[in-house]
Design a protein around this ligand. Structure first.
Ligand code: SF4
Length: 350
């Protein structure tokens, strides 16, 4: 791989086409870090409003460190994966106590919630450390331009891609000057997100058109190799809807179902089955889970018994939400649909 040549072509392309995203307005490590954590679970378009609200409320690492956990969760609601928000909060406290943001990916890896991708991303985008980043977009672009038939989900092949990304981030220009690793990494991710897309890459717009080995070998749609699918599992899910007299409904942090882990979910139980059940209200799918849902409504009296509710919600960060808040707090329609099954407009005291 001629890293210097690829970098030379990628940089002017990226600088011309890069999208004006709110976390790109400067090289503030805090903003970059928050955006990277949010982007791990959803798309750029979906993240922007959450990011802007979050940054307005917690404009810097000290503001986040000093916030109460329930406030952080409130501004995270709707993004799911609450453990990530808790790690973000825990790391903010640690960085605040250090007095300065750690600058290298090795130091960042010591903080809660920082994995190899986030640590390298923050270190290179904010501080210019010459390390590459490897996410889904980068895997796709590198496997295509280099025509690599790799089992990229395995450590050995993932390390190979990491070293290719590192070599790009360490490229030098014609004058022997180091390229900006922030622009290289963002350029790679941008190329994957906007041009070298999964199903229909627009190669004519690609700065690497003439260098792309997969295009030359006609293997574009076979790169990257598909990860073997996990065998599908059948689950019966029985959510219980607790409706209070003020019409608010109880959600807890999912600690019992293997699907939608870490999301706000109804209390209830999930049981793995050998075959599909005959009776259920509706069905849905999350990754390899085929889910058959039967909804029940908890007796109103049980919602009025603090002792029972305390036992039910122990350690589960319960939240009572109104039906109008459901859409923002619970993006999954598999969860929201449960309240459509019950007639919640009936008299709550029956
Ligand atoms: S030429 Fe096409 S397949 Fe190759 S890297 Fe560019 S967009 Fe991807």
């Amino acid at each position: 791989m001629n890293a210097n040549l690829l970098a030379k072509k990628l940089l002017p392309w990226y600088r011309e086409v890069k999208r004006p995203l709110p976390w790109r307005v400067n090289r503030d490590p805090y903003r970059i870090w928050v955006s990277e954590v949010m982007l791990q679970q959803t798309t750029v378009t979906a993240v922007i409003p959450y990011f802007e609200k979050f940054i307005q409320k917690f404009p810097g690492v000290n503001a986040l460190a000093n916030a109460r956990e329930d406030e952080v969760m409130e501004y995270w609601a709707g993004l799911g994966y609450y453990s990530r928000a808790r790690s973000l909060h825990a790391s903010a406290k640690k960085i605040s106590s250090l007095g300065d943001f750690p600058k290298s990916h090795v130091e960042l890896l010591e903080l809660p919630g920082f994995g190899p991708y986030t640590a390298r991303s923050v270190a290179s985008l904010a501080f210019g450390e010459r390390v590459g980043v490897v996410d889904g977009n980068v895997i796709r672009v590198l496997c295509r331009v280099l025509d690599l038939d790799l089992e990229w989900w395995k450590t050995k092949d993932r390390n190979y891609l990491q070293s290719a990304a590192d070599r790009l981030a360490q490229a030098i220009d014609e004058e022997g000057v180091s390229v900006d690793p922030s622009d290289i990494n963002q350029g790679l991710m941008e190329l994957g997100a906007t041009v070298c897309t999964v199903q229909s890459p627009t190669c004519l717009l690609c700065p690497w058109l003439k260098n792309c080995r997969a295009r030359k070998n006609d293997t574009i749609l076979q790169r990257p190799r598909s990860k073997p699918r996990r065998e599908s599992e059948i689950w019966a899910w029985q959510p219980e809807i607790y409706l209070r007299r003020d019409r608010k409904i109880l959600l807890i942090e999912n600690n019992y179902a293997p699907f939608l882990r870490g999301h706000l979910i109804w209390p209830g139980k999930a049981v793995r089955l050998k075959k599909k059940p005959k009776h259920f209200h509706y069905k849905g799918g999350v990754t390899h889970h085929e889910i058959y849902v039967t909804v029940t409504r908890a007796p109103v009296k049980s919602t009025e018994r603090p002792d029972q509710l305390a036992a039910l919600t122990k350690d589960l960060k319960p939240q009572w939400v109104s039906q109008s808040e459901m859409k923002t707090k619970v993006p999954s329609s598999l969860i929201r649909k449960a309240i459509e099954v019950l007639d919640l407009d009936e008299n709550a005291s029956t």
